[in-house]
Ligand binder design. Structure first.
Ligand SMILES: [Zn+2]
Length: 457
C-alpha cells in the first residue's frame, strides 16, 4: 500500500467513526470536541509513522571495515540528515524504494578517503576547481599542509554552510619557517623576538595546527612545542635541519612529512631504533608521501606525465610544473643523478616498510600543490597503490586512508568508519579494493555529508 493510499484509508476510516459518534452523542458537544481532538492526534501520529525516516538507502551492499579487517555483505545503509541513520541486513523490501535507493548489489562501500598532505589554499578560486575533483575521486577529507590563512578560513566557512560542497578541511595557514624561508610566498619567518606575537595571531585566526618547516632553530622548535602544549593544539610538518628526528619526536611533533631528515639516519640502526621508539611513545605519525620520490624519478627520465586532469590545473601551477620539468629533465643526461634518485627512492621504500613492520601510525598524502605532476584526487590512489607494491595488507592501506585520519584529528566519533550515527561520507566501489587496492578508482558513487556527489567525468 502506498503512502497516499494509506492516508486516504485512514481519513475514510476516521470519517465513518466520526459520523457514528456524532449520531450517538449529538447532545454532548463538549465530549464531541474532545473526541475529535483525540482523533486528530491519532491521525497525526499514524501519518508521522508512515513518513520516510531516511533520505535514501543503499541496499544489498558489502561494507568494508578495515579496522576489523572484515567485509560484511548484504547490508542496507540508511542515510538521513547527513548521517548514517541505521544499518541492517538487506531484505527484498529494501529494493522497492524507487528514486530513494541505490542498488549496492555486487558493490562495496568504504568510508570516505582522506589526503593527509595536500596544498589547496594558495589561490582563492581553487574551491571551484579542486573541490569537485577531490570529491569525484572519493576524497572526502584533506589536511592542507600550508597556504593562505584567509583562503583556508573562507573555504572552511563555505564547508560549514554546505558540508557537501567539498571535502572536510583542516589546515595551518602559512608555513612557519626560520629566517629567509624556503617558500617566502606562503611562509612566516619566526624569530626569538616575534614568535609569541605571530603564533598568537595565527591561533586567534583559528588555525587547526602549526605547520613547521625546515629552517627553524632548535630553540624555536622548543618554543613552538611549548606553545602547542599551552594552547592544546598540535604542530606538524618537516623536521628542522637544526634538530635530530628523535629530538623532534621528543618535542611531540605530531606528524613527520616526506621522510625528510629521517633518511639521514636510515643507515644508523641505533638512531633509527631510538627514533621509532620515541615516535611511538609520543603518539606521533608519519606521512611518507612516497609518490613525490617516484615522480622526481619519472620527471628526470623525461616520462610523459600528462593526465586528463592536467587541463583543470591552474595556469600558475602548470607554469611551475613545466619549469621543474625543464630543470630536472636534464638529469637524464646525467645518469649518476638519476641513479642517485633511484637509490634514494629504494631506501625510502625500505624505511616505510620498516615503519609498517613496527606498527607505526601511518598517514597517506600525495603533496598535490607541492610536487610537480601530482594531480588532485587521483594522486591519493597512486599513493595507495605504492603501499600495495610494498606488500602492505589492503585492509591496512584502506585504514590508513580512512580511519587513521579520523584518529589523527580526534574525529572517530563522527568519521572514519561506516557505522550508525557517523557522518555519511562514503564511497561505493564497483569492484573489491581488498583484492586489489587500485579498485578504489572503480568508483560508482561518492556520498559527502549525506548527499550524492555529482561526479565529474
Ligand atoms: Zn607539502
Amino acid at each position: 500500500m502506498s503512502y497516499m493510499q494509506l492516508k486516504i484509508t485512514i481519513l475514510t476510516l476516521h470519517k465513518k467513526t466520526t459520523y457514528r459518534i456524532v449520531k450517538y452523542l449529538s447532545v454532548n458537544r463538549k465530549l464531541i470536541s474532545r473526541l475529535l481532538y483525540a482523533i486528530l492526534v491519532i491521525v497525526a501520529v499514524s501519518c508521522s509513522e508512515v513518513k520516510q525516516d531516511y533520505d535514501f538507502t543503499i541496499y544489498n551492499i558489502s561494507i568494508i571495515d578495515p579496522v576489523k579487517k572484515e567485509t560484511v555483505p548484504n547490508k542496507t545503509i540508511y542515510i538521513k540528515d547527513g548521517k548514517i541513520a541505521k544499518i541492517e541486513d538487506s531484505n527484498d523490501n529494501h529494493k522497492s524504494n524507487g528514486n530513494s535507493s541505490i542498488d549496492g548489489t555486487n558493490k562495496f562501500a568504504i568510508a570516505g578517503l582522506w589526503n593527509m598532505h595536500t596544498h589547496i589554499c594558495w589561490k582563492g578560486d581553487l574551491n571551484e576547481t579542486i573541490f569537485p575533483v577531490l570529491l569525484s575521486y572519493g576524497i572526502t577529507g584533506v589536511r592542507d599542509m600550508g597556504g593562505d590563512l584567509d583562503i583556508l578560513n573562507r573555504f572552511k566557512k563555505q564547508l560549514l554552510d554546505d558540508p557537501s560542497s567539498g571535502p572536510n578541511l583542516y589546515g595551518p595557514g602559512p608555513l612557519i619557517d626560520g629566517e629567509n624561508p624556503i617558500h617566502p610566498d606562503f611562509s612566516v619567518a619566526l624569530t626569538d623576538q616575534n614568535y609569541k606575537l605571530i603564533l598568537d595571531s595565527l591561533y586567534d585566526r583559528n588555525i587547526d595546527f602549526i605547520k613547521v618547516y625546515s629552517l627553524l632553530s632548535k630553540d624555536l622548535v622548543r618554543q613552538i612545542s611549548q606553545y602547542s602544549k599551552d594552547k592544546n593544539i598540535s604542530f606538524a610538518g618537516h623536521i628542522s635541519e637544526y634538530i635530530t628526528p628523535t629530538e623532534a619526536a621528543e618535542l611531540q611533533q605530531k606528524s613527520f612529512e616526506h621522510l625528510n631528515r629521517i633518511e639521514d639516519i636510515r643507515n644508523d640502526s641505533l638512531a633509527l631504533k631510538t627514533f621509532i621508539a620515541t615516535v611511538k611513545a609520543n603518539n606521533s605519525w608519519l606521512c611518507p608521501t612516497l609518490l613525490i620520490y617516484k615522480r622526481k624519478i619519472e620527471i628526470a627520465q623525461g616520462k610523459d606525465l600528462y593526465h586528463p586532469l592536467y587541463d583543470l590545473i591552474d595556469e600558475y601551477l602548470k607554469n611551475e610544473w613545466s619549469q621543474i620539468k625543464k630543470k630536472r629533465e636534464g638529469a637524464t643526461s646525467n645518469p649518476d643523478k638519476l641513479e642517485k634518485l633511484e637509490s634514494i627512492y629504494k631506501e625510502q621504500k625500505e624505511l616505510v616498510k620498516l615503519f609498517y613492520k613496527n606498527n607505526m601510525q601511518l598517514l597517506l598524502g600525495s603533496d598535490f600543490g607541492g610536487m610537480a605532476f601530482v594531480y588532485p584526487g587521483y594522486s591519493l590512489h597512486e599513493e595507495m597503490a605504492l603501499m600495495q607494491e610494498l606488500g602492505f595488507d589492503t585492509y591496512d592501506i584502506l585504514k590508513m586512508a580512512t580511519y587513521n585520519p579520523a584518529v589523527f584529528f580526534e574525529l572517530t566519533d563522527t568519521h572514519g568508519q561506516i557505522e550508525k550515527g557517523k557522518v555519511a561520507d562514503l564511497v561505493i566501489l564497483n569492484t573489491d579494493p581488498v583484492s586489489d587496492i587500485s579498485n578504489t578508482l572503480d568508483i560508482n558513487t561518492v556520498i559527502k555529508s549525506g548527499k550524492i556527489v555529482k561526479r565529474q567525468k
